[in-house]
Design a protein around this ligand. Sequence first.
Ligand code: SAM
Length: 444
Amino acid sequence: MKESHLPEEFINRLRDQLGDELGLFLKEHANPAPVSVRMNPFKLSKNFEKNELVPWATNAFYLPERISFTHDPLFHAGCYYVQEASSMFLEQALSIAFADKQKLRVLDLCAAPGGKSTHIASLLTEGSLLVSNEVISSRNKILQQNITKWGVANVVVTQNEPADFSKLEGFFDVIVVDAPCSGEGLFRKDPDAIDHWSIENVTRCVNRQQNILHEIYPALKEGGYLIYSTCTYEEQENEFRLKQMADEFNMLPVAIPFDVPGSVKSEFGTRFYPHKIKGEGFFLGMLQKSQAQHAIAISKPKSVKNTEFNLEPYLENSQNFISFIKNSEVYAFPVSVYPEIKVLLDKFFVRKAGIHIGALKGKDLIPSQELAMSIDSSKSIEKITISKEDAITYLSCDAINPVGIKKGWALIAFENFTLGWIKSLGNRSNNYYPKEWRILTKVK
Ligand code: SAM
């Protein structure tokens, strides 16, 4: 990208920050953005393990160039997430917030498409819950798909306004606000964002961020952590927002000790610039709420039994789940977070919770895609491993006819990672891969 494509006003503001380094920034900005992926620790494949590591995240790698992720079945199996490397610095903030704690309630407030949520879900401590929220409906659908592919059961996807969370005063141990921002740090990945840049838009973003932070503050537990990030360079959208929260609510800035050479640290956060580290523009800071409030207590279920529906044929450790049936749809909720899920179902617009097992039709159950992608699905379910070519055909929702399989439902897998369902009728099979997920482009 040429300097001339960047708004003059933006370059002037950056010059104020970078001084003599502006030339280095613009030179690097003209190069393609690095490509990086973060592996799913619950579906660990080895495809990138020889690549260069992202130093500030676990199981994360740089790729020498962009590959066709659409035509990699492991991408569809949820084995990895394609994520910009700088934003993986979230892990260092989480390692402080999650230290020595067992059952945590974590909220990812601005979650779509799911980069931060899949990262949080990978690091959550045993018995914890992640509420992954996205207010915009079309973006929420993509979020649900990415959470489903990650395969974890202890995530609830909601579609609510930040202010709605004030119903849950003092509920969350950790709140992540990856705020909508002016997006300057992604200009080279998404040149269209340049056309939307203006000083007026920066001001609009600042106001929105201020409202979001104020609205979500009551839902944070005393002593809890607020992690705030953006992908922009504007001080008003970054350090100033956290300083204002610290001043107004007596919150304490939390230092993140992990040192990334080239990152720029201050009292209110860490900045990443593309000419100083291998990644895009990013800011992250963390505050702790002072000890002045009382968290809401949620009673534990005394003893929970799978009374409604026998989950055993579907889930590996079915005793850890409780079944729930609504409008002939069967769900399994982890017992450990069942009280929290009940509260959320009662007060919020829940788009996904636990594992959707399937739909009841008479005596039969039509198994769902969530069960196919779940890391908890039973090992006793028949699994058919297919070639890469057949996997692409299957993911395109075209017919595949694996030979020698029993009549009935079976999981389709590539390299042992499941992709979805097939139903064998004896002489032919029906492909149950979700039509809205199918691959639309052919392999070149
Ligand atoms: N955290 C995501 C990830 O890592 O994949 C990226 C989040 S993106 C930077 C910000 C998100 O905030 C968008 O999905 C956007 O729809 C959402 N958003 C926009 N306006 C909002 C508002 N007023 N309140 C809460 N979220 C909002």
